[in-house]
Design a protein around this ligand. Structure first.
Ligand code: GDP
Ligand code: ZN
Length: 458
């Protein structure tokens, strides 16, 4: 019998004690998870879909055996996750709010159930004395952000600055479109308000209003204008996104300092306390196949904020990929178009799949400020989709390049050297969260077969 590598062995050893939740028919599944699209890999011409099993809601605490608990993944580092317990079996309620250092059950990786910071999870094989456990299942997920990888995000803060750097309408639009495409509610915030005069603030307020947004203005430096934002963050899990230099890290630090939260994430302390176990559980840090270090996933933590909410300590999408935006869905990410379509109800564009280029029978007019950006992004997406279809039989990003055209508007055009480009864009896509899953699985499989072979040779 081939021997299993240590994580798989630990999972296998834990099996009889688990209530195996995954194969059970869901009691009810109010929000089935949309399958995650996975980046193409190796020679596969089509993207495979992640076969996420239907996720269940958490069980009532009285159904939990003493060896299990439910909780929130508050931080991840390498193979380890810090879980804050929110429910435990009767008699163990005093553990609520305490931390468990957990590994993820190998089976979850096998079936491609990725555990993210922000997930609510079922922890099994809990050692209450040493505060350790194993994540056995992930409960239903309301939303997820890929960059940084955080689940159950309630709100995005799209941060720009009024000066140093100044807001750039094209970049602003790109971030807004990306934020709209996540479906997660967001607030647009302008930082560095102390660097500009009142007129400039009024100018941007009015301009953004005409786009359909109602931004907040604040200064992290002066600690002014925070209260409206803090109110919004109450009880929410928030991710701050925006271009570099606008003050995202400063804002995150200011919000955490306001709460007097220790600099040290408890995961470090937990890892230290459990260093012996940590050593045992480690399944090799370098992939045998690629020789690359694995588990290079950025360390992400959720910081508690006032009112019971959380703030991701790592800012997100520095470079909006627009990967989730299709040529059909782009229009929905512009409030101006949504408004025009609504105002014209019940009449609609003549064609159902109208992309609003001002054709005959289109109710979307072209007399609004951001129309050129809409057209430019539509171009980019169309080219991407065409090339993806032609090259890979599917749609993926990275197959266009940009030329600065009239009025400084960037024009998208297809890349010519497809074969060469293919490698480049793969590398780019490799950074995506979905490839990380694949790497993890590949590595796990490598480890498994490597160990199995080694042991069978003995
Ligand atoms: P990030 O790249 O978006 O994370 O931006 P950082 O938080 O690193 O900030 C970039 C620069 O802007 C730093 O030099 C900060 O000190 C500065 N900065 C942040 N907030 C403010 C502010 O409210 N006013 C001014 N004048 N500078 C700020
Ligand atoms: Zn139309």
């Amino acid at each position: 019998m081939p021997l299993l590598p240590s994580t798989a062995a630990a999972a296998a050893a834990a099996l009889p004690r688990l209530r195996l939740r995954l194969p059970l028919p869901p009691r009810h599944c109010p929000q089935p998870l949309a399958p995650l699209r996975r980046a193409p890999h190796h020679s596969s011409p089509h993207p495979r879909l992640l076969p996420l099993a239907a996720a269940l809601p958490p069980p009532p605490p009285e159904e939990l055996p003493p060896s299990q608990a439910t909780g929130l993944v508050a931080a991840s580092q390498a193979n380890f996750m810090r879980v804050i317990v929110d429910a435990a079996a009767p008699g163990l309620e005093h553990h609520r709010g305490s931390d468990l250092l957990c590994v993820v059950r190998a089976l979850l990786k096998k079936i491609r159930r990725r555990v993210l910071v922000g997930d609510r999870v079922l922890v099994g094989a809990v050692d209450w004395a040493d505060r350790r456990g194993m994540i056995e299942d992930v409960f239903e997920r309301r939303s997820e952000v890929a960059d940084p990888p955080v689940a159950n995000v309630d709100r995005l803060v799209v941060l720009f600055s009024l000066d140093q750097p100044r807001p750039e309408p094209a970049t602003l639009t790109r971030f807004l479109v990306e934020a709209e495409s996540t479906g997660i509610p967001f607030v647009l915030v302008f930082n560095k308000a102390e660097l500009v005069d009142e007129q400039t603030i009024t100018y941007w307020r009015d301009r953004l209003k005409s786009w359909g947004y109602d931004p907040l203005f604040l200064s992290v430096d002066q600690q002014s204008g925070f209260s409206a934002l803090e109110e919004m963050l109450e009880g929410q899990t928030t991710v701050v996104v925006g271009p570099s230099g606008v003050g995202k890290s400063s804002l995150i630090n200011a919000l955490r300092h306001n709460q007097n939260i220790s600099e040290e994430d408890p995961i470090h302390k937990l890892l230290e306390q459990n260093s012996k176990w940590f050593g045992e559980q480690r399944v090799g840090t370098v992939s045998k196949k690629s020789g690359k270090g694995k588990h290079t996933t950025r360390h992400v933590s959720l910081l508690p904020v006032a009112g019971g909410g959380f703030l991701a300590d790592t800012p997100g999408f520095n470079q909006p990929s627009l990967l989730k935006v299709t040529k059909q869905s782009l229009a929905e990410t512009f409030p101006e178009i949504r408004k025009m379509l609504k105002e014209n109800e019940p009449s609609k564009c003549l064609f159902n799949d109208c992309v609003h280029l001002g054709e005959h029978g289109c109710v979307v007019k072209g007399d609004w400020e951001r129309y050129p950006y809409y057209l430019q992004m539509l171009d980019e997406i169309k080219i991407r989709e065409t090339i993806q279809l032609r090259t890979f039989g599917t749609k993926r990003e990275g197959d266009v390049r940009y030329k600065t055209g009239i009025m400084g508007v960037k024009q998208a055009e297809p890349r010519l050297e497809l074969k060469k480009h293919r490698r480049v864009s793969r590398k780019k896509i490799n950074q995506s969260i979905l490839d990380e899953i694949e790497d993890d699985i590949d590595d796990l499989e490598d480890d498994y077969w490597f160990d199995a072979k080694r042991h069978s040779r003995r």
